[in-house]
Design a protein around this ligand. Structure first.
Ligand SMILES: [Zn+2]
Ligand SMILES: [Zn+2]
Length: 339
């Protein structure tokens, strides 16, 4: 048992030079039953920046809508969470996590990076190139104890795959957003954000994908031109229901992103990825297993959807598509090339 676990870990961790997304993915070889799946949003605004609702109202919306946690990420403002947690946290059942969106600009283009769990406000540090701009802010987030999330790469057509390849220290990349103006799908010759993600992964750099709300407008629910809540989130496989455990699970890629598809379970062992979908009545599903350069390696209409490794993949990730348009994205399993 221990031998097989060690084998599996080394199998998943080495060779491409990438840090593998392993922890959720050795189900069956360690007691993952102890872990819990927690739903949360890592990009939300309040009246402490340009949101239309108070921190209390925002927190109440996420609590009422059965999220397990929310990270408040106001522009250049760290919204205090202790009081909110004692008022709305139900003794730790619902968690409000401290955060900030660092809002930088260069040559009239926006460069926004979220700091999840950072301790104090980071003012934009203004690098003179795209990469130095992002890197300075990412480094400052890390120094403040936060996890860096690169936001909406196609907002203002600001960030390319080539830029992302040159920055380090940010584990997270927004690939889906509820914000209506962030050009997620690309166009006019510019790739969509999911394509950018595959491009970066194919070049050997690991980012974990997050889906977010980037919510600003809680008083305009139903208005499709507004940045309303409830569109994109992550589901984190956490050891405990605490902010440090959630942030550490996010940092090691132990989560999936969703715009509506729910998973019962997600298991990876040395032979296969197995995805159990929590099906909605009258919906139908298909699961794409995607590899290098965004190529679809296999498609499944079964539940669970299973992909058996062939041994030649650089990485494999899954995209579960529901018949009305909602999607779940799992993190890439980085494969070693067997010698
Ligand atoms: Zn932004
Ligand atoms: Zn934002």
């Amino acid at each position: 048992m221990i031998k097989s676990l060690i084998f599996l870990l080394s199998f998943l961790l080495v060779s491409t030079g990438l840090q593998a997304a392993v922890s959720a993915q050795i189900i069956g070889t360690q007691p993952t039953a102890a872990k819990i799946w927690l739903k949360g949003n890592t990009h939300t605004h309040t009246t402490n920046s340009d949101g239309d609702s108070s921190p209390s109202d925002v927190v109440e919306w996420y609590k009422t809508n059965r999220y397990d946690f929310v990270v408040i990420t106001d522009h250049e403002h760290v919204t205090a969470v202790a009081e909110l947690n004692s008022k709305y946290g139900d003794g730790g059942k619902f968690l409000i996590i401290q955060g900030q969106e660092i809002t930088d600009r260069l040559d009239k283009k926006p460069y926004h990076v979220n700091g999840l769990g950072l301790q104090s406000v980071v003012m934009p540090l203004h690098g003179s190139t795209v990469v130095s701009n992002l890197q300075k802010n990412i480094d400052a987030i890390r120094e403040s104890g936060g996890l860096a999330q690169i936001n909406h790469p196609n907002f203002g057509w600001a960030i390319t795959a080539a830029d992302l390849l040159k920055v380090t220290g940010a584990p997270l990349l927004e690939i889906y957003s509820g914000h209506p103006l962030v050009n997620m799908l690309g166009g006019g010759g510019t790739p969509g954000v999911e394509e950018i993600w595959d491009s970066v992964l194919s070049s050997g750099r690991l980012f974990y994908a997050v889906a977010v709300d980037d919510a600003h407008h809680f008083k305009r629910l139903g208005d499709r031109s507004a940045a309303t809540p409830g569109h994109g989130w992550i589901v984190v496989h956490s050891e405990t229901r605490t902010a440090p455990a959630i942030l550490s699970a996010i940092e090691r890629g132990d989560f999936y992103a969703s715009s509506g598809v729910e998973l019962e379970d997600l298991a990876v062992d040395r032979t296969a990825i197995t995805i159990s979908i929590r099906e909605k009545q009258n919906s139908r599903y298909r699961t794409q297993f995607i590899g290098r350069n965004g190529k679809i390696l296999a498609e499944s209409i079964s539940n669970p959807a299973i992909y058996r490794f062939k041994g030649t993949e650089q990485y494999v990730r899954a995209k579960i598509l529901e018949s009305n348009g909602s999607i779940a994205w799992t993190q890439p399993v980085i494969r070693t090339k067997t010698k």
